[in-house]
Write a protein that binds this ligand. Structure first.
Ligand code: PLP
Length: 494
C-alpha cells in the first residue's frame, strides 16, 4: 500500500465557481498526487517524455470526452479509431487476417472479457460449462482473480519456477482437466518482469482443445519494438487464442485504453452482448461498458499516430536500456538484489533485510522518487517494483545515486519490527471476525490507523503498515485491505 491523502469534503457550492477558481482548486487537489510526468514515478504512470505526443493525447481526450461509443453507428469515428488501433496491434502481435479485437477501459477489463468469452465458449453440457476453471501461474495478474470472482470461474493456481519465476509448463499441463476453459501466461509478469514459456503452455492448451490467453498488458507495446530475441509469445505461437495489451501503459496514452485481440471472431462471441428485451434503445455492447467515452480511444489513436513505429522503437529501446542499467546499478548496491533478470522493462528488487524494502520505498518518496512496494508471496520476499519508462532513461544515474544513499541510510537503522502484541494478534486472527466492523476498527486503532468516527487515517510513511500486512495470512490481508478501502471511501473519512 501507498499513503494517500483525501481532500476535505465540500457540498455543491451555492454560488457557481469561476473557471479560475475551479482550476486553482484542481491544482490544490493534485498537489498530493504522484507526478505523472518527469520520469520519477516508477509505477502507475508511463511517461514517454515526448511533449508533442502528450499534447496530442490531451487534445483528443478533451475533444472526444463527450462522445459515446454506446452505439457504434451513432459515433462512427470511435469505431473507426478503435478498429485502426486493433489493426496496428494485430500487426504488432503477428495476428492472422482473421484477428478481431476491441478497445477496453484497461487491462483488467481486457482480462475480464477474455475470461468471460472463454467461460461462455465451453460446449453446452460439458463439465467445463457446468463448473468452469482456469489454469493460472501464481504470477498471473490479480485481474484474473477478479475475473474468477466476478464470473464464477475457479482459479487453479500453479506454482512457478522458484528461481526464474517463470510459469512451469509441465505443472500447468498437468493442471489442465475437463473443467478447464482457459490457460493463462504472461509476457511479461507484472511482479517479476519475466516472460513465461508460452510456446509450451499454448501447445499444451491446444492439445486439450482449451484456449490460451497471453497477458501482454504491460509488455505488448514494448516487446515487439525491441530487436532482442525474446521467447515467442504472440499469435505466431500456435495455440495462443487471445492477447491483452494496454495502450495506457507503454503505448504512453492517457488512462482508460487497452486492447483485447482474439485469433478469430468466434472466440470473441462470448463477450459481445445484445439485448432487445426492454422498451428502450437496442443495446449492443462489445465490452462491460455501455455508455463509453470516445475520449481514451481518440487519445490513444492520436498518440499512436504522433509517435509512429519509429517513435515506439526508440522509446522501447530507451526504456529497455534504462532497465538494464538500473539492474546493473542495483547489483552494485550492498544490501540489494535483482530478483529476476528482466525480460522487458520491469524490475523487482529485494533487500537483504526484508523489512528494508518498505523503508526504502518511503525514503525514496521523500526524495521525490516513487517505487512500488510488493508484499512477500510464496518464494518471493518483499520487493520493490519498478516500471521503467523512456522518460526515466536520462535520470538513471541520479536514481541509482539516490537509491544507494537511501539504502545505506536504511541499513544503518535497526531492522523494522512491529509491536510483538500486534504481530501475535494478526497471526491468531480469525478472518471471519474481521467482517465485524467493530473488530476491524479496534484492530486499525491498535495499528495506529484510526481516524475520526468510523474513518481511517493513514500515516505519511507506509513501512510499518506494510510490515504488519506482511505478518497476516493472505485471507486476513485481504480482509484488512477491504476494511481500509471501505473506510477510505466513506464520507466521514474525509
Ligand atoms: C497492468 C496490468 C494488468 C491490469 O491492467 P489495468 O490497466 O491496471 O487494469 C494486467 N496484467 C498485467 C501484466 C499488467 O501489467
Amino acid at each position: 500500500m501507498s499513503s494517500v491523502t483525501t481532500p476535505s469534503s465540500s457540498s455543491t457550492p451555492a454560488t457557481p465557481a469561476t473557471a479560475a477558481q475551479v482550476r486553482a482548486r484542481l491544482e490544490t487537489l493534485r498537489a498530493h498526487d504522484l507526478p505523472v510526468h518527469g520520469g520519477r514515478t516508477l509505477a502507475y504512470v508511463y511517461d514517454s517524455g515526448v511533449a508533442e505526443a502528450d499534447a496530442a493525447g490531451r487534445e483528443a481526450l478533451a475533444a472526444f470526452g463527450g462522445t459515446n461509443g454506446l452505439d457504434p453507428t451513432a459515433f462512427p469515428s470511435i469505431l473507426a479509431m478503435e478498429q485502426e488501433l486493433v489493426a496496428v496491434a494485430r500487426d504488432l502481435l503477428d495476428g492472422p487476417a482473421t484477428t478481431v479485437g476491441v478497445a477496453t477501459s484497461g487491462g483488467t477489463e481486457s482480462i475480464l472479457l477474455a475470461v468471460l468469452a472463454a467461460r461462455d465458449g465451453a460446449p453446452a453440457g460439458s463439465p467445463a460449462a457446468a463448473a468452469p476453471s482456469m489454469v493460472l501461474p501464481s504470477t498471473a495478474h490479480a485481474a484474473f482473480h477478479k475475473a474468477a470472482h466476478y464470473f464464477g470461474v475457479r482459479p487453479v493456481v500453479v506454482d512457478v519456477d522458484p528461481v526464474g519465476f517463470r510459469a512451469d509448463p509441465e505443472a500447468m499441463t498437468a493442471a489442465i482437466d475437463e473443467t478447464t476453459v482457459l490457460v493463462v501466461a504472461s509476457a511479461p509478469s507484472y511482479a517479476h518482469g519475466v516472460i513465461d514459456p508460452i510456446p509450451q503452455i499454448a501447445a499444451a492448451a491446444a492439445a486439450r482443445g482449451v484456449r490460451c490467453h497471453v497477458d501482454a498488458c504491460i509488455g505488448g507495446w514494448v516487446l515487439p519494438f525491441l530487436d532482442e530475441t525474446t521467447p515467442a509469445w504472440t499469435f505466431a505461437v500456435d495455440g495462443v487464442t487471445s492477447i491483452s495489451l494496454d495502450l495506457h501503459k507503454y503505448g504512453y496514452t492517457p488512462k482508460g485504453a487497452s486492447l483485447l485481440l482474439h485469433r478469430t471472431p468466434a472466440l470473441r462471441r462470448g463477450h459481445l452482448f445484445a439485448t432487445a428485451d426492454w422498451p428502450g434503445y437496442a443495446v449492443l455492447n462489445t465490452t462491460t461498458q455501455s455508455t463509453r467515452s470516445g475520449g481514451p480511444i481518440a487519445a490513444a489513436w492520436a498518440v499512436v499516430q504522433v509517435l509512429g513505429r519509429a517513435g515506439y522503437v526508440s522509446l522501447a529501446r530507451a526504456a529497455r536500456e534504462a532497465t538494464l542499467a538500473v539492474a546493473e546499478g542495483v547489483r552494485g548496491i550492498p544490501g540489494l538484489r535483482v530478483v529476476a533478470d528482466p525480460d522487458s522493462t520491469l524490475l523487482a528488487i529485494a533487500a537483504d533485510r526484508p523489512g528494508d524494502a518498505y523503508r526504502i520505498a518511503d525514503a525514496m518518496v521523500a526524495r521525490g522518487w516513487f517505487v512500488q512496494p510488493q508484499l512477500p508471496y510464496a518464494e518471493t520476499p518483499p520487493t520493490l517494483h519498478l516500471s521503467l519508462s523512456a522518460a526515466t532513461a536520462p535520470l538513471v544515474p541520479e536514481f541509482l545515486a539516490t537509491l544507494g544513499d537511501v539504502v545505506a541510510q536504511v541499513r544503518s537503522q535497526p531492522p523494522l519490527s512491529v509491536p510483538a502484541g500486534l504481530g501475535g494478534m494478526l497471526a491468531a486472527l480469525d478472518v471471519a471476525a474481521l467482517a465485524d466492523d467493530a473488530v476491524l476498527d479496534a484492530l486499525l486503532a491498535a495499528a495506529g490507523l484510526a481516524g475520526d468516527g468510523s474513518g481511517i487515517s493513514l500515516p505519511d510513511g507506509m513501512a510499518e503498515v506494510n510490515a504488519l500486512l506482511e505478518l497476516a495470512p493472505v485471507p486476513v490481508r485481504e480482509a484488512l485491505l477491504l476494511g481500509v478501502l471501505d473506510r477510505l471511501t466513506r464520507p466521514t473519512s474525509r
